[in-house]
Design a protein around this ligand. Sequence first.
Ligand SMILES: Cc1ncc(COP(=O)(O)OP(=O)(O)O)c(N)n1
Ligand code: TZP
Ligand code: MG
Length: 220
Amino acid sequence: MTRISSEEMRNLLKLYFIMGSVNCKIDPLQVIREAIKGGITLFQFREKGNGALLGEEKYAFAKQVQSVCRQHGIPFIVNDDIDLALSLDADGVHIGQDDESAEVVRQRIGNKILGVSAHTLEEAKLAVSQGADYLGLGPVFPTTSKEDAKAVQGTSLIRLLRDQGMDIPIVGIGGITAHNAKSVVDAGADGVSVISAISLADHVQEAARELKEAVIGYEW
Ligand SMILES: Cc1ncc(COP(=O)(O)OP(=O)(O)O)c(N)n1
Ligand SMILES: Cc1ncsc1CCOP(=O)(O)O
Ligand SMILES: [Mg+2]
């Protein structure tokens, strides 16, 4: 397996759905199936927060979600837990500034996809130099899905990185909906990542489709 190309990474980032069992009000497996029908392009397993599954239960749930993703050709990324990603042979991992360093994680995962969160130009540059395949930048808008989220930054960091000539694949995150997604792509992101706009939607498939249209409706 070789490292993912930037072009392929950009396509996968168009509509990146992140979810764990605590983010859903109905059966999470039903949510993911509906989200796939609605057109998500990448999935991140993020089993985190109050009431999140642990140990064997977390592993068993992750395996079920991965199986749904595999059936539909949606790459499966694991948040934070590198051991879990390796034991499941996931397609990649996403780490933040408080997780294991990108340099160490790149060594551990070989050519699997590596996503890194960044909140400043310096963090972004370091992540790229340490082998990130894409950057997650945010929170772009206020979010209720992450208790320890950093300050809302709007689209300023996305614009700054592009103005500086950085062409790494970028996804925006935090409070993104079908109404504001276009502004994130307009700023220079390749796509949007969302939790609640899909996981808590009354009509999951429709919500995903609306987000997808907001993102791909925009062509340079
Ligand atoms: C695509 C994407 N971008 C950013 C994050 C946030 O990662 P992190 O800062 O490590 O916070 P947690 O998600 O681990 O709470 C993400 N998960 N995905
Ligand atoms: C994981 C994460 N990292 C920054 S904001 C956020 C939560 C995004 O969730 P939502 O799309 O519901 O605002
Ligand atoms: Mg993390």
